[in-house]
Design a protein around this ligand. Structure first.
Ligand code: 5GP
Ligand code: MG
Length: 179
């Protein structure tokens, strides 16, 4: 594997401010209602854990795993359901929690699929958004931060399975010559 060095793009303090703001919006919008928060594995796991601890409306938690990246840095455009939800979302308020929207293909496919299960409402909360890369018209209802077109890792996001545990969001760069 090529050696990489990391540069911090968004530090942990900024991330926590972002999570506080998003949770505030969610708590206001769903006041008096119950929500099912569906985290999209694996990238959302840290964001999800931070976010749901700040959500004060009644909440059910579930996870799904879909894959559209096969270990590289390019979007294939194919979404495969690796693990489906366990709860029945029929008639419920569903909030999808995703790490990042890039081309938008993952989310738009996923939304189409979940709509067939007749939720009362279906919204999306993403930590990070790369609006310049969109290949389909999709907008998340709650967006933590818009970022430039760079491949990020950390705070749950990986490169070939690694770096998910970094507490800050970082950019990978070639490591000047070392192999
Ligand atoms: P989309 O279908 O929107 O192109 O891709 C969304 C998925 O691609 C995300 O859930 C994430 O797994 C992956 N992805 C997109 N951009 C990045 C990035 O900058 N870093 C990492 N680690 N994953 C990304
Ligand atoms: Mg993902």
């Amino acid at each position: 594997m090529t050696h990489m060095v990391k540069r911090v793009m968004i530090d942990r303090a900024k991330i926590q401010e972002m999570v506080d703001r998003l949770a505030g919006e969610i708590n206001r919008d769903y006041e008096g209602q119950e929500i099912i928060v569906v985290g999209i594995l694996k990238g959302s796991f840290i964001f999800m854990a931070d976010l749901v601890r700040k959500i004060t409306v009644p909440t059910l938690i579930d996870f799904m795993s879909v894959s559209s990246y096969y270990g590289g840095t390019k979007t294939s455009g194919i979404v495969k359901i690796v693990k489906d939800m366990d709860v029945n979302i029929n008639g419920k308020n569903v909030l999808i929690v995703e790490d990042i929207v890039d081309s938008g293909l993952t989310l738009s496919n996923l939304k189409d699929l979940l709509y067939t299960k007749d939720p009362a409402s279906l919204k999306v909360c993403v930590a990070f958004d790369k609006p310049d890369r969109r290949k389909t018209e999709i907008r998340a209802d709650y967006v933590g931060m818009s970022i430039p077109d760079e491949f990020i890792v950390g705070y749950g996001l990986d490169y070939a399975g690694r770096y998910r545990n970094l507490p800050d969001v970082c950019i990978l760069e070639p490591d000047g010559g070392k192999k």
